[in-house]
Ligand binder design. Structure first.
Ligand SMILES: *Cc1c(COP(=O)(O)O)cnc(C)c1O
Length: 362
């Protein structure tokens, strides 16, 4: 029977459209403010590498031409850096696109994915988009419960999504426990290991995830240029996976999914190791500084291995803190209940946040 009017696919009904961090210009207009800082989306407070900016200016001259659909130069640069075959790389319009492509390529209606509560919302919207079901395992100490994930898996589970470090909480899983987990996941189920914040992880928590992709054909490691490389606005991310996974993704990929400016910027950004080192050094110093200052204000914080701090407010709810800070020109990310996530900015930005927090009466 023909429907009475046009209707979206029923599985879309449960999807809550992604709520991005509030843009700076919106806040300036709304509250009539001159100086607004955004500590809401885990962007790089140092901006992009100057080398990346120069590469974009050069690439702009060829903006009339379609980009290289195979991302040849970037693929080669990444393959060298990561010591993997160029054919094992996935390139996307942000790693977000790669998450969606995994759904398109591997999820049928009725399939299941497993992930954790208090993790990245895209892991639940991707299965919803495909008419598949998201099974959420309770978080343990604000992080992923790997044995819990294994117990939640059924014969219908096709993908397990793990954010390491986790967003929004900043926790990491132990690398040895992760390896044990990988060895136990059936090969019929992909493990999407989302390492968007990998660069910020201290050495002692750092596993050889890229190397593990050679041993576990069902492991897909995802990374991004949006965070430590400071290229969030250009939209580019990458993944490392077995050739079988790469071939499947090729079938669902748009022909020119990574634009030419992003490709040029990413190649240049990879070569600027100093910029990444400065970025990571700053984030590590500032996440500790922020956590100390927040504890002094009776916020409970979770130790972070990323470029943000997850905190439980001493009173009131996240929305109240978010709104009170907005009025003072500071944008943070309210999560749920009393929980907020605050990106580690530069020291002056973080100081401004703390001054603003001290003025709030809840
Ligand atoms: C920021 C982030 C991404 C990366 O998003 P892009 O699409 O690459 O900008 C992916 N996963 C998590 C958990 C993130 O926080």
């Amino acid at each position: 029977m023909t429907p009475a009017s046009f209707v979206p696919r029923p599985c879309l009904q449960d999807i809550i459209p992604y709520q991005p961090g509030k843009p700076i210009d919106d806040v300036k207009r709304e509250f009539n403010l001159k100086q607004v800082i955004k500590l809401a989306s885990n962007e790089n407070p140092l901006g992009p590498s100057p080398l990346a900016m120069a590469a974009v200016r050069t690439a702009l001259a060829n903006a009339a031409l379609y980009p290289d659909g195979s991302c040849h130069l970037l693929r080669r640069a990444l393959a060298r850096k990561l010591r993997v075959a160029p054919q094992s790389l996935l390139l996307g319009n942000g790693s977000n696109e790669l998450l969606v492509q995994l759904g398109l390529a591997f999820l049928e209606p009725g399939d299941e994915i497993v992930t954790s509560h208090m993790s990245f919302v895209v892991y639940t919207s991707v299965p919803q988009l495909m008419g598949a079901k998201a099974v959420l395992v309770p978080a343990v100490r604000y992080g992923f419960d790997l044995p819990g994930l294994l117990r939640a898996m059924t014969s219908k589970t096709r993908i397990v999504f793990i954010a390491n470090p986790n967003n929004p909480t900043g926790t990491v899983v132990d690398p040895e426990e992760l390896q044990t987990f990988l060895a136990q996941v059936p090969v019929s189920c992909l493990v999407a290991l989302d390492e968007a914040y990998d660069e910020y992880v201290d050495r002692k928590y750092h596993g050889d995830s890229i190397g593990w992709t050679k041993k576990y054909p069902n492991l897909v490691v995802l990374r991004t240029f949006s965070k430590a490389y400071g290229l969030a606005g250009l939209r580019i991310g990458y993944g490392v996976a077995a050739p079988e996974v790469v071939q499947a993704i090729e079938c669902v990929r748009e022909p020119f999914n990574v634009n030419s400016l992003a490709q040029a910027a990413a190649v240049a950004a990879l070569s600027d190791r100093q910029h990444v080192a400065r970025t990571v050094g700053l984030a590590k110093a500032e996440r500790s500084w922020l956590a100390c200052r927040l504890s002094e204000l009776d916020f409970e914080t979770v130790p972070s291995q990323a470029n943000f701090v997850f905190a439980k407010a001493p009173a009131g709810n996240a929305q109240q803190w978010f709104q009170s800070l907005l009025r003072q020109g500071v944008i943070i990310r309210p999560i749920t209940g009393p929980y907020v996530r605050i990106t580690a900015g530069t020291r002056p930005q973080n100081e401004r946040l703390i001054r603003a927090l001290k003025k709030i009466k809840v």
